[in-house]
Each structure stands twice: as structure tokens, then as C-alpha cells.
Write a protein that binds this ligand. Structure first.
Ligand code: CA
Length: 277
């Protein structure tokens, strides 16, 4: 549990990195697949500032880029964290080509002897993969939008962005279901960042389902000042540390479970990292 919370804080800390001006070129963003579209071996999703690869047997790989730049005809993305993982990518006739250089290869010698993989577009993401990972990928993209808004703006603008990204129904308010969905998505992102296998990813999302429902109820009970059962941007921004206090309440509340603490910890780490800087 502690580990998950620390990871969530790490995730929040990585969100505090300055926004990239360029990021992943627009045409290269979205879902890419290896192998047959009907039954792909792996999926690679490129967002504005991250790449995440999932496949059935191997551990997931999520790299959030703190820097992207041109390198010998490729875009070189350098990830956050002590290891600063690097990913090379470029558009080719067949689709997207990627290569993970050996950590020992100097930037000015790239791509070196890195083995390249080629990824293709599929007309529609296979239903199974979309069902397994859709919510997590959406959360990853939402985090990037929120981070950009929170880095540039006031706490009110930051709260607005959180609500806008979490709001599925379009009423500019966060309902319990929408907060629960955010928690599940963040659980997936944290697990992917940890290199979880698909089974563990799904387990994390499933655990996040229960935690998400309880976390959502708790957050609403703590922060729904007008009592309409939903959270507005104004309620979120009323006190930027509201999420932290909500979690403190969780520690002693009868609703508390391990899953709840985990879910609340993730949301707290994320929101604190975004709003209190
Ligand atoms: Ca409200």
C-alpha cells in the first residue's frame, strides 16, 4: 500500500516537470499495433508526452517523456525517473517505427545498434484491448491535459481542467461515477508505470473499482459543499488541500479498506502534485 502511494507521489512529481513544447508529433499519436489487427501481439499508445506498450505476456512499459527532440531522423523521447529511459520513434511508410537504444549508447551515436519495431494502425482497436485498457489510456491522456493547465494556470484553472477531463456526462460537475472512473484510470497508469503484467494491470483496475467507488463517496461527502451530490471546479478549488484532508478523514472513517486508502492515496498524490506547487 505504501509502495503504491509512493508511486502515486512519484507520478505526481513527474507531472511537475515543465510541459514539453512539442512532445510526440500529432500524426504519431494514438494506438498502434504489432501483428495481425484481429489478434495483435502488442499495442503501443503514444500520447502527447508518453508511450505505453501493453502485451498479453510481457510487463507493461510506460515512459512519460520529460524531453523530446530530433535525433538523426528520429524523435528521441527521454523519460522521467532516475533511469531516464529513452525511446526513438518516427513515422515510416508501414506506420510507426520505434527503437529502444541501449542505455550505454550516447545520444549523439543514436540509434546505435538498437533493434527497431514497426507498428501499424488498425481500423478500430480490437474490442478486447479497448475494453482492458481504454479507461487507463484515457486517464493517461487526461493527466497530460490537466498537467498542462495546472502548470500554466491558477488553482481555479487547474480545478477547471480536472473537472473538464473527468466530466463524462457534460454537466461540468464530477459525479461519484466520474470520480470512480478517474480512480480506476489512475490505478491503471500507476500499475503500468510500475511495469505490471496484463493480469496485474487488470487486478489493479479491479481493485481500483472498489476503491474508486468508496473514494468517490468519501470525496463527495468531504467536498460537496452545496450538497448536490457532485463536485464542481469551485468546490475543488475552494481549498487546494481539500483532497489531502479528505484522505485524512479516510484514515478513521468506517468505510476504510486497504483498497480505499490506496485509491484515495493515488488521487491525493496526483491532485496535491498538481495544485500545490
Ligand atoms: Ca457540489
Amino acid at each position: 500500500m505504501m509502495k503504491k502511494t509512493l508511486l502515486a507521489c512519484g507520478l505526481a512529481a513527474s507531472l511537475a516537470a515543465p510541459a514539453l513544447a512539442q512532445g510526440v508529433p500529432e500524426p504519431l499519436r494514438g494506438a498502434w499495433f504489432a501483428g495481425d489487427c484481429a489478434d495483435p501481439q502488442a499495442m503501443l499508445v503514444m500520447t502527447g508526452r508518453a508511450a505505453v506498450r501493453v502485451e498479453s505476456e510481457a510487463p507493461a512499459r510506460l515512459v512519460r517523456f520529460r524531453d523530446t527532440r530530433e535525433a538523426g531522423g528520429w524523435t528521441l523521447g527521454t523519460g522521467t525517473g532516475a533511469e531516464a529511459p529513452r525511446l526513438l520513434f518516427r513515422g515510416v511508410a508501414e506506420g510507426l517505427e520505434t527503437a529502444e537504444p541501449d542505455p550505454k549508447t550516447r545520444d549523439d551515436r543514436l540509434p546505435g545498434d538498437a533493434r527497431a519495431s514497426v507498428w501499424r494502425r488498425c481500423p478500430a482497436p480490437p474490442a478486447l484491448l479497448a475494453g482492458l485498457h481504454g479507461e487507463g489510456v484515457a486517464a493517461l491522456a487526461a493527466i497530460e491535459h490537466v498537467e498542462a493547465a495546472c502548470a500554466a494556470g491558477t488553482p481555479a484553472a487547474c480545478a477547471d481542467a480536472i473537472v473538464r477531463q473527468g466530466d463524462v456526462s457534460g454537466d461540468a460537475l464530477l459525479s461519484a461515477a466520474e470520480l470512480a472512473r478517474l480512480t480506476r484510470g489512475i490505478a491503471w497508469v500507476v500499475a503500468a508505470q510500475e511495469g505490471a503484467t496484463q493480469d496485474v494491470l487488470l487486478g489493479a483496475t479491479a481493485a481500483g473499482t472498489l476503491a474508486g467507488v468508496l473514494t468517490a463517496r468519501l470525496l463527495i461527502e468531504s467536498m460537496d459543499y452545496d450538497g448536490d451530490g457532485k463536485l464542481s471546479a469551485r468546490e475543488l478549488a475552494l481549498d487546494a488541500t481539500g483532497f489531502a484532508r479528505a484522505t485524512g478523514t479516510a484514515e478513521g472513517a468506517p468505510l476504510r479498506t486497504d483498497g480505499l486508502a490506496e485509491g484515495a492515496g493515488m488521487l491525493r498524490g496526483l491532485i496535491d502534485g498538481l495544485m500545490n506547487r
